[in-house]
Design a protein. Sequence first.
Length: 52
Amino acid sequence: EDSWELTILEAIRTLADSKLEGDHYWGSASLKLYRGSLLQITAQRLQKILLY
C-alpha cells in the first residue's frame, strides 16, 4: 500500500518537474516552494481518497 502511494507521488513529482523545467519564469526558490505545496496538497488528497 505504501509503495503504491510512493509510486503515485513519484509520478506526480516527475510530471511537475517536466512541466516546470522549461519554464524560466520560476526562480529556484519559488519553484521549490511551489512544488512542495503542490506535492503536499496532492498527498493530502490521496490520503483522503485512501482513508475514506
